[in-house]
Design a binder for this molecule. Sequence first.
Ligand SMILES: [Cu+2]
Length: 184
Amino acid sequence: MTNPTIISRGLAAAVALTFVQLAATAAQATDYNVGPIQITAPWARATPKGASSGAAYMTITNTGKTPDKVSCVSSDASAECQIHTMVMNNGVMQMRPVEGGLEIKPGETVTLKPGGLHVMLVNLKHPLEQGSTVKTTLKFDSAGTVEVDYPVAAIGAAAPGVPAGGGTMMMQGGGGGGMQMNKP
Ligand SMILES: [Cu+2]
C-alpha cells in the first residue's frame, strides 16, 4: 500500500501545476463585447515609482450600424480616467483629452496604442506594476457600460509581450503621427 502516497504526490504536483497555469492565464488579456462593440487586446504599461499618471491601450471595433462614443468613467488605479489623443503643437507632440468621447464609426476599428490614442489614468493611487491588472469602467453612449481589465506590461513596452527597447521598429514605424520626422 505504498501506491496511494505516490499517487497523491503526483496529484498534488498536478494541482500545483494547474495553479501555475491559472496564474499565468490571469495575466492574459480578455476580450469584451458590449452590444455591437468589441474590445480586444487591452493592456497597460507599468509606471516608474512616483509617476503621477499611467496609460492603457486596447482595440475597439464597432460592428453596429450607428456611430458610438466612448468615454472612460473611472479606474481602480487612479483618481481620474480620460481618453487622450496626440496632437502636434508648434512641432511638439502633446496629448489632449478627447472632448465628448471618442467616436467609433460603424464598421470602424480604432486602436489605442503608444504614441497615439490612449486611456490616461490621471493621478495614480499607486504605481502600475508589471504582472498586475488595472480596471477601468468605459461608457459607450449607445452600447452602454463595460468594465475592462488591462494586464500591465513592462515599463516602456511597445505592445504586450514586446519588452522595453525591443519594439523600436514598431514605435518608429507605427504611424505615431510623425513624432520623429527627419528634415531634408
Ligand atoms: Cu495622456
